[in-house]
Design a protein around this ligand. Structure first.
Ligand SMILES: NC(=O)c1ccc[n+]([C@@H]2O[C@H](COP(=O)([O-])OP(=O)(O)OC[C@H]3O[C@@H](n4cnc5c(N)ncnc54)[C@H](OP(=O)(O)O)[C@@H]3O)[C@@H](O)[C@H]2O)c1
Length: 266
């Protein structure tokens, strides 16, 4: 049953073509949100949008764009203006990693990773925030990771991008207190999605035992956002491990992660 209060509200979700983003689209459409779905693969987005329109009676638009391109956020903002769409909830979910030693990974992968995980997320937030503040209502969800909490050898740049996401989200949440706009950083641990495939992980490098599904992460993330929580680590064990890193030195945390990954890779 669609709650009346949410009728007419619009959420923009990046990375909606697969994994956690696709499940967030499903969860939010079920809750009555109109959606703007963003990712590169237009056909998949269009198919998803068509299904959500029929199933939930919501409005659903698609913007196919590569967020690694510097002009992507300007293009999204322009399209929203043309369609007269005000974004009430911004879900910065798109992101990817690349496994390997820093010196071995192609530098173009890092450039795109920083563009998508950091630059596009920051620019989209900057573009959508003034409208939310003016309307005295808004939600920002930034998808971080358990990697936000510690250095991550074999994913050094990815871990650094996710540390940015957490730090940025927490600072922004404080700046926005009392404005009616909340910022929630959702930090999943290993989740069963296309992430590991895109990151180029070998079979032994990925362990889905005890991993949450993308649907579970989406439901937990959405609930945390609607409660106005600042940070949520999805999954009890992930939360223990993420907050447990505070009890040891960052050098030790990096060393343990390095040994674990090295063992899996050998
Ligand atoms: N899965 C995990 O274990 C895990 C753990 C912690 C955090 N996370 C985070 O969760 C978020 C979602 O990841 P996921 O696990 O759902 O991965 P996924 O299944 O690979 O989905 C990633 C999404 O991001 C989009 N995307 C990637 N590069 C893009 C680009 N250049 N431009 C536009 N869209 C782009 C992809 O769409 P297109 O390919 O169609 O562009 C896809 O919809 C990411 O921020 C990730 O870092 C994942």
């Amino acid at each position: 049953m669609v709650e009346m209060a949410k009728k007419g509200r619009t959420a923009l979700i990046t990375g909606a073509s697969e994994g956690i983003g696709r499940e967030l689209a499903r969860v939010m459409a079920k809750e009555g949100w109109n959606l703007v779905l963003v990712a590169r693969r237009e056909e998949i987005l269009t198919e998803l949008a068509a299904g959500l329109i029929v199933e939930h009676g919501v409005k659903c638009a698609v913007i196919a764009v590569d967020l690694a391109e510097p002009e992507s956020v300007g293009m999204i903002a322009q399209k929203l203006r043309e369609r007269n769409v005000a974004v009430d909830a911004l879900i910065n979910n798109a992101g990817f990693g690349r496994y390997g030693l820093f010196a071995d990974v192609d530098e173009t992968a890092f450039r795109s990773m920083i563009e998508v995980n950091v630059t596009a997320l920051t620019n989209l937030t900057r573009a959508m925030l003034p409208g939310m503040i003016e309307r005295k209502r808004g939600w920002v969800m930034n998808v971080g990771s358990t990697a936000s909490f510690q250095p991550v050898p074999f994913s050094a740049v990815y871990g650094a991008t996710k540390a940015f996401v957490l730090s940025f989200s927490e600072a922004l949440a404080t700046e926005l207190e009392g404005t009616g706009v909340t910022v929630t950083c959702v930090c999943p641990g290993v989740t069963e999605t296309g992430f590991a495939r895109v990151a180029g992980a070998s079979k032994q490098e990925v362990d889905f035992r005890g991993a949450l599904s993308a649907g579970e992460v989406a439901r937990l993330g959405y609930a945390a956002m609607m409660k106005g929580k600042r940070t949520v680590v999805t999954g009890g064990m992930n939360a223990v491990l993420a907050f447990g890193t505070r009890l040891i030195s960052r050098k030790m945390a990096a060393g343990i992660a390095f040994k674990l990954m090295k063992k899996r890779r050998s």
